[in-house]
Design a protein around this ligand. Structure first.
Ligand code: NAD
Length: 431
C-alpha cells in the first residue's frame, strides 16, 4: 500500500485483503476521504466490506464423470443504504480482492447517482468461454444456491458483469424462485425483457457513457461530429458505446477484444465487424482493418479513449503515451493511481468509472422499481430518466471538482462517500 495515503493511526490488515485491485480501491477511498476530512470512525468502517462469502463448489462437466471444483464469491460492502446491488463476473482472474474492490466501487457509484442501494459484487473464477451452455447453466444454479440466503429483492440484487449476461440472470432468477416457491423477477436485474427485464437495460451502460461523453466533450471543446474514438473491449459496454458514438457522427478508428485490436484511420465499419463477430466470435481475422496489439490500441491518437474491458489497463508504464483528450472509463478500475497523476499533469479530462459506467446500475434500479411496482416503462421513458440522472450526476461532479479544486475522480468519490457517511451517522451504531 502507498504509505503517502496510509494514515499513521490506521494500520491496514493484509492477509486475505492484500490484493492489487482492492488496494487501488482502498487508496482511492483514502485519498478522497483525506481530502474531504471524513469522520475518522466512518473512514475505518468503510475501508472493508461488511460481508463476504467465499465458497468452493462442484460443477459437473458434460462428460458425466468429470466434476470440477470452482471458487465463487459474493461481497456486500455497505448495508446502510438499502439492499445491496452489484454484478456477477465470470472470469479466470476473479478473487476476493477483485470482487471486494468492485463492491466498494458499487457503493460509491450508487451513492453518487443517489440510488437507494449499497454496493455488492459477486464472481466465479472460471473461463466461461471454455464451458458449454449446459455447464454454465449448472454452474450458475449451484453458485446461486451457495449464496441463496444472501440475496433477495430486499437484501441483495445481482446483475450481469463481465462474462455473464441476461441468460445467466434468467437462470439465477429461476433457481431463486424455485427455492421460495413462486416467481421472483425482482431478485436480479439485467434479465430478459420477457421475464421482467427492463427495456434499455442491455445497452444502458454504453448509452449512459455516451450521454456523459456528450456533456464532457462540450465541456472540453470537442465537436463530436469531427471527433475520433478508440474503444478497448467490444463486449456489452464497448460495443454499445461504439454504436451510440457512431450515431453521433464520431469516427471509431480503433477497437479491441481479447483476441486483438483493429485500427482504420478512416473509421471502422461497425456493421461489418458485427457480421464478422457473428460468424467467428472474435475480432481476429477481420480483413478490412489493420490488426494491432491492445497496448498499441491504447496509445492511438484520438479525441476519446474509452477503456471498456478490464481493470489495470492505464498504468504508470503507458500513461505518458495515452494520446486522447477525453478518457471515458466504461470498465471498472482501468486506471491506476500513478497513471491518474500523469493524466492529470497532462490535462486529460477523465470521466471516472464510478460515473462513466453508472448507466448500467441506474437502469438496473429502474428494472427493480418496475418489478416491485409491477410496471413496464417504455424505452423512451427509461432513456429519458437515464439521461436526466446521468447528466445531473455529471454536472454535480464537475461543480464539486471546480469548487474543491480536485480531479473528476476525487470529486465523484467525495460525492458518493459524503452521502454514505451522512447516512451512517444518522443511523448510528447498533447497539
Ligand atoms: P463483456 O464480457 O460483455 O465484454 C468484455 C470485452 O472485453 C470482450 O470484448 C472481451 O473480449 C474484452 N476483453 C477481455 N480481455 C481483454 C483484454 N485483455 N484486452 C482487450 N479486451 C479484452 O463485459 P462487459 O459487461 O462489457 O464489461 C466490461 C467492463 O465494464 C468491466 O470492467 C465491467 O465491470 C464494466 N461494467 C459493465 C457493466 C454492464 O452493465 N455490463 C456495468 C458497469 C461496468
Amino acid at each position: 500500500m502507498d504509505k503517502s495515503v496510509e494514515q499513521s493511526d490506521h494500520v491496514i490488515p493484509e492477509a486475505e485483503w492484500d490484493s492489487p485491485m482492492f488496494n487501488l480501491a482502498q487508496q482511492q477511498f483514502l485519498q478522497a476521504s483525506k481530502r474531504m476530512d471524513l469522520d475518522e470512525n466512518i473512514r475505518k468502517r468503510l475501508l472493508f466490506p461488511q460481508r463476504a462469502l467465499i465458497t468452493s463448489f462442484p460443477c459437473r462437466k458434460d462428460k458425466y464423470s468429470e466434476v470440477e471444483t470452482v471458487f465463487g464469491y459474493r461481497v456486500q460492502h455497505v448495508l446502510t443504504m438499502g439492499p445491496t446491488k452489484g454484478g456477477i463476473r465470470y472470469h479466470e482472474d476473479v478473487s476476493l480482492g477483485e470482487v471486494s474492490a468492485l463492491a466498494m466501487w458499487m457503493t460509491w457509484k450508487c451513492a453518487l447517482l443517489q440510488l437507494p442501494f449499497g454496493g455488492a459484487k459477486g464472481g466465479v473464477r472460471i473461463n466461461p468461454q471454455l464451458m458449454s451452455r449446459s455447464e454454465l447453466q449448472r454452474l450458475t444454479r449451484r453458485y446461486t444456491m451457495e449464496f441463496v440466503n444472501m440475496i433477495g429483492p430486499d437484501k441483495d440484487i445481482p446483475a450481469p458483469d463481465m462474462g455473464t449476461n441476461a441468460q445467466v440472470m434468467a437462470w439465477i432468477m429461476d433457481t431463486y424462485s424455485q427455492q421460495v416457491g413462486h416467481a421472483v423477477p425482482e431478485v436480479v436485474t439485467g434479465k430478459p425483457v420477457v421475464l421482467g427485464g427492463s427495456k434499455g437495460r442491455e445497452e444502458a451502460t454504453g448509452r449512459g457513457l455516451v450521454y456523459l461523453i456528450q456533456d464532457a466533450a462540450y465541456h472540453v471543446g470537442i465537436e463530436l461530429k469531427n471527433a475520433t474514438a478508440v474503444i478497448q473491449g467490444y463486449g456489452n459496454v464497448g460495443r454499445n458505446a461504439a454504436a451510440f458514438l457512431e450515431q453521433l457522427g464520431v469516427k471509431i478508428i480503433g477497437i479491441s477484444d481479447v483476441s486483438c485490436g483493429l485500427y482504420h484511420e478512416k473509421g471502422l465499419s461497425l456493421g461489418a465487424i458485427d457480421d464478422h463477430i457473428q460468424e467467428h466470435g472474435v475480432l481476429k481475422g477481420f480483413s478490412e482493418a489493420e490488426e494491432i496489439s491492445n497496448s498499441e490500441l491504447l496509445e492511438l491518437k484520438c479525441d476519446i479513449l474509452a477503456p471498456c474491458a478490464l481493470q489495470n489497463q492505464i498504468t504508470a508504464d503507458n500513461a505518458s503515451y495515452i494520446n486522447c483528450r477525453l478518457l471515458a472509463e466504461g470498465a471498472n478500475g482501468p486506471t491506476t493511481l500513478e497513471a491518474d497523476r500523469k493524466l492529470r499533469e497532462r490535462d486529460i479530462f477523465v470521466l471516472p468509472d464510478i460515473l462513466g459506467n453508472a448507466g448500467g446500475v441506474t437502469v438496473s434500479y429502474f428494472e427493480w422499481v418496475q418489478n416491485t411496482q409491477e410496471f413496464a416503462w417504455t424505452l423512451e421513458e427509461v432513456n429519458n430518466r437515464l439521461h436526466n440522472i446521468m447528466v445531473e450526476a455529471f454536472q454535480r461532479t464537475l461543480l464539486r471538482s471546480q469548487r474543491d479544486d480536485v480531479d473528476m475522480r476525487t470529486a465523484a468519490l467525495i460525492e458518493g462517500i459524503q452521502r454514505v457517511s451522512e447516512a451512517k451517522l444518522l443511523r448510528g451504531v447498533f447497539p
